[in-house]
Write a protein that binds this ligand. Structure first.
Ligand SMILES: C[S@@+](CC[C@H](N)C(=O)[O-])C[C@H]1O[C@@H](n2cnc3c(N)ncnc32)[C@H](O)[C@@H]1O
Length: 529
C-alpha cells in the first residue's frame, strides 16, 4: 500500500471505530482524533525544530489509529528509524496494529500512565493526549498518579486533567535534545492547575512555541475544546531564550505572533493573552500607577540567608562550581550608589559580592555535578531543611524563580532621618537577583521594549526617584518606631505622575495599561502626536 492509501485506510478505520462507540464512551477515554491536516502541520513544525536529517525515533503515547504517525511517514518516511505507540483501548489499538503491521511501529495496547516508560528513548514525541477531566479519573488512577508525580518532583493539583499527567510522565521517554509537541486544551495557560505544566515548560525543558487556535474556529467539531499546540525541546532552559506565542489561523500561517524570553514568561500569569493584539487606542488616563507598568514581586525568601547566601571568597574556599550560584545583591545598606553597574559577566560592580545557592536538581545529580556543594547542602539537611520555607520546597534547597529586574525598591525603611531616604530605588544593570529586603519591578511587555531605547530607562529611573515620599508611605503601613513597609500590591498603587512625558503613548486594554509601542521611543512619540 502507498502512504496515501494507508492514510485513507486509517481514516476509514477511525470513522468505523468512532461510529461503534457512543459519545459517552469516547468522552470517558478522550477519544477524539486529530484532523489529518492539523497532524501534518504539527509534524512539519516539529521536524523543523528537530532539524538535520538524523534518524527519527518517534513516540505517540496516545496513539488511537495513528494520525501523527501517518503524517510523519508522509513527511519523512525514510528517516523513521523506530516508532512506539501506546493505546489503552483495543477497540482502536488492535485494528491499528493490523493496519501498521508492515512498518517500524511497535504499538502496545497498554495504559501509558502505568507503562515502563524508561525503556523508550524518543527524539520526536507528538501527542494529542486524552482530555479526561479530573472528576472522571478513577480513585486508583488518582492515587497512583499522585504518588508517581511526587516521586518525579511535581506537585499536581487535584483539578488537573489526564493530559497534564501525560505530558509530565512522557518526560521519561525523551532523549536529550528531543523535540516534543502536544495538542492540549489551552486553558492550562491561565488556570491554577496549569501552573505545574508552565513550571515544567520553563524549568525542565526549553519551551519553543505555543500556538493557540482561535476558539471561534473550533478544531475538533465533536469535542468542542479550545486547543493549543505546545512545542519544546528536552534541553536545559536558558532564561534569555525566546519562545514564540502565536494565535489564530493555522500552525504554518498564524494570524498573530509574538516572542517572549523564558525569564519574562515566569512572571506572566496568563499566557493566553500573550499573542493578543494591543489595541492602538490612545487614552488619556489621568493617573497611572506603578502596577500599571510593572509587575512587582517581593525578592526571594531563601529559607536561611546565612546558609544559602555565600560570599565570593566563601564559594571559592568551599570549592563550589559556578553552575548553581547566582549573583545576589547584598542588603541595601551595603549599596552606596543607586545605580548598580555590571562587569562583562553580569556581576554587580560593588564591594560586597554575594552568591545565592540556587539549585533545582536532585541530590543524586548534584553529587555528580558539584560534590562540594552537595556536601555543604547535606550538612544542612537536619537543620535548615526543616525550616518552614524549605520544608515546602522540592528539593528543599531550591529557590523561587526571580530573574534579575532592572529596577528595585527597598521593602522597608525608617522615616524622619535627614540623611537616609525611607525607600530607595535602584537601577540594576547586573544579573543579580535580590532577597526579600527588596521589591523587584519587572516592566510589562510594552515598557520592556521601550526601555531598550537609549535614555528611556534613565528617565524612568529618575521619575521613580522623584516620587514624593508621602505618596509611598501613604500606600504602605507603618510600624512602631517609624518603620515603614511596602508590600508589592501597595507599591503597585503608588501613582507614577509624569510617565506620559517619558513615554507619551499609552493604551488601555482589558482594563490593564499597556504601551502601544512601535519599536523605538521616537515611534512612540510619533504615535502619540
Ligand atoms: C485524543 S485521542 C488521540 C488519538 C490519536 N493520536 C490522534 O491524534 O488522532 C487520545 C487517545 O488516547 C487513548 N488513551 C486514553 N487513555 C490512555 C492511556 N491511559 N494510555 C494510552 N492511551 C490512552 C484513547 O483511547 C485515544 O485513542
Amino acid at each position: 500500500m502507498t502512504l496515501l492509501e494507508l492514510e485513507q485506510s486509517r481514516r476509514i478505520l477511525q470513522e468505523r471505530c468512532d461510529g461503534e462507540r457512543t459519545q459517552l464512551e469516547r468522552n470517558r477515554l478522550g477519544q477524539f482524533s486529530t484532523p489529518f491536516d492539523l497532524a501534518v502541520a504539527a509534524v512539519r513544525e516539529s521536524l523543523r525544530y528537530l532539524g538535520n536529517d538524523s534518524p527519527v525515533h518517534f513516540l505517540d503515547p496516545a496513539f488511537g489509529t495513528g494520525a501523527f504517525y501517518s503524517a510523519l511517514r508522509q513527511e519523512c518516511d525514510g528517516r523513521v528509524a523506530s516508532a512506539h505507540g501506546f493505546e489503552i483501548d483495543s477497540h482502536y489499538g488492535a485494528p491499528s496494529m493490523q493496519l501498521w503491521r508492515n512498518t517500524a511501529l511497535d504499538l502496545r495496547i497498554a495504559d501509558f500512565i502505568r507503562a515502563d516508560r524508561k525503556s523508550i528513548s524518543a527524539n520526536l514525541l507528538i501527542c494529542n493526549p486524552p482530555y479526561v477531566r479530573h472528576h472522571h479519573l478513577n480513585a486508583n488512577d488518582k492515587a497512583y498518579l499522585r504518588q508517581t508525580m511526587s516521586q518525579l518532583g511535581f506537585q499536581v493539583s487535584g483539578l488537573a486533567g489526564l493530559y497534564c499527567y501525560f505530558m509530565l510522565l512522557a518526560h521519561e521517554c525523551l532523549a536529550p535534545g528531543a523535540v516534543s509537541a502536544w495538542l492540549v486544551p489551552s486553558e492550562f495557560m491561565d488556570v491554577n492547575y496549569g501552573d505545574v505544566l508552565k513550571q515544567y515548560l520553563l524549568e525542565r525543558v526549553s519551551l519553543l512555541r505555543v500556538h493557540r487556535f482561535d476558539p471561534n474556529e473550533v478544531q475538533f467539531t465533536d469535542a468542542l475544546v479550545s486547543s493549543a499546540v505546545v512545542w519544546f525541546r528536552n534541553a536545559k532552559p536558558r532564561p534569555e531564550d525566546e519562545a514564540t506565542f502565536s494565535f489564530g489561523g493555522s500552525i504554518d500561517r498564524s494570524a498573530r505572533q509574538t516572542k517572549r524570553t523564558l525569564s519574562t514568561l515566569a512572571l506572566e500569569p496568563k499566557w493566553t493573552r500573550l499573542a493578543e493584539p494591543v489595541a492602538p487606542m490612545l487614552v488619556h488616563n489621568p493617573r497611572v500607577a506603578l502596577g500599571d507598568i510593572f509587575s512587582i514581586k517581593r525578592g526571594i525568601a531563601t529559607g536561611d540567608n546565612g546558609f544559602f547566601i555565600v560570599s565570593e571568597q566563601q564559594a571559592q574556599e568551599l570549592g563550589f562550581s559556578r553552575q548553581f550560584l547566582r549573583p545576589i545583591l547584598p542588603s541595601p545598606r551595603y549599596l552606596r550608589a543607586e545605580e548598580i553597574h555590571a562587569d562583562k559577566d553580569g556581576m554587580p560592580m560593588i564591594d560586597k559580592k554575594l552568591f545565592l545557592i540556587d539549585c533545582r536538581v536532585d541530590e543524586e545529580e548534584l553529587s555528580r555535578r558539584d560534590p562540594a556543594l552537595f556536601k555543604y547542602l547535606k550538612a544542612g539537611e537536619s537543620s535548615v531543611a526543616n525550616g518552614y520555607i524549605c520544608r515546602s520546597r522540592s528539593p528543599w534547597y531550591s529557590q523561587e524563580l526571580r530573574p534579575p529586574s532592572p529596577f528595585l525598591c527597598t521593602y522597608m525603611g525608617r522615616a524622619g532621618s535627614e540623611t537616609q531616604q525611607t525607600f530607595r530605588f535602584f537601577h540594576n544593570h547586573s544579573a543579580a537577583t535580590a532577597a526579600n529586603v527588596y521589591l523587584l519591578l519587572y516592566p510589562h511587555p510594552g515598557l520592556r521594549n521601550a526601555i531598550e531605547s537609549p535614555g528611556v530607562a534613565e528617565r524612568l529611573f529618575d521619575l521613580l526617584r522623584r516620587i514624593p515620599i508621602e505618596k509611598m508611605t501613604g500606600e504602605g503601613r507603618v510600624y512602631g518606631g517609624g518603620l515603614h513597609k511596602l508590600e508589592p500590591r501597595e507599591l503597585a498603587n503608588v501613582p507614577m505622575d509624569g510617565i506620559k512625558d517619558v513615554l507619551p503613548c499609552l493604551t488601555l486594554k482589558s482594563a490593564q495599561m499597556h504601551f502601544a509601542y512601535a519599536g523605538t521611543a521616537e515611534n512612540a512619540a510619533a504615535l502619540a502626536s
